[in-house]
Design a protein around this ligand. Structure first.
Ligand code: HEC
Length: 128
């Protein structure tokens, strides 16, 4: 399961590969069209609580944390086990800031998810 842009797959690209893609994109002609802001769809948009948390998790977290938080090769532990023991404030703070302070490759979600959406993701993680 991948989010809109599967950035974990690009994490291992070399600077040379990234530069080559950038050069290719710069070489294509510009086109003009409207790009509406992204919105949550399906379960993530309509549901509340655990069901909405599941939709959000599948879009934003599952690529690195695996289906139902079981882990992937990118993560060393099962998030759903950890989430049961960790304090709500500590979990929320980590999700808002991402792994930058801990030095892990997790992006910050403080500007992507609202406080209510983070609460729903945590509710889902505790009841996957
Ligand atoms: C690009 C990959 C990536 C994405 C996307 C991602 N994470 Fe993480 N996350 C990590 C990595 C790497 C760690 C470090 C721990 C590990 O090795 O498992 C981590 C750790 C965590 C931790 C543990 C914090 C601690 O104190 O040990 C929590 C909680 C967490 N992630 C929640 C989430 C939630 C919720 C989402 C979705 C909103 C998410 N993550 C999306 C990569 C990611």
């Amino acid at each position: 399961m991948f989010p809109f842009m599967p950035w974990p797959s690009y994490a291992s690209w070399s600077d040379e590969d990234l530069r080559a893609v950038w050069l290719y994109l710069r070489s294509t002609p510009a086109i003009s069209h409207d790009v509406p802001p992204s919105t949550l769809t399906g379960d993530a948009a309509g549901a509340r609580g655990v069901a909405r948390g599941a939709g959000i998790f599948n879009v934003y977290c599952a690529a690195c944390h695996g289906e139902r938080g079981r882990g992937t090769s990118l993560t060393t532990f099962a998030l759903r086990d950890l989430a049961k023991d960790m304090d709500e404030d500590a979990l929320t703070a980590f999700i808002v800031d991402g792994g930058s302070s801990a030095g892990v490759g997790m992006p910050p979600f403080g500007k992507t998810l609202t406080p209510d959406q983070i609460k729903d993701v945590l509710a889902y993680l505790r009841n996957p």
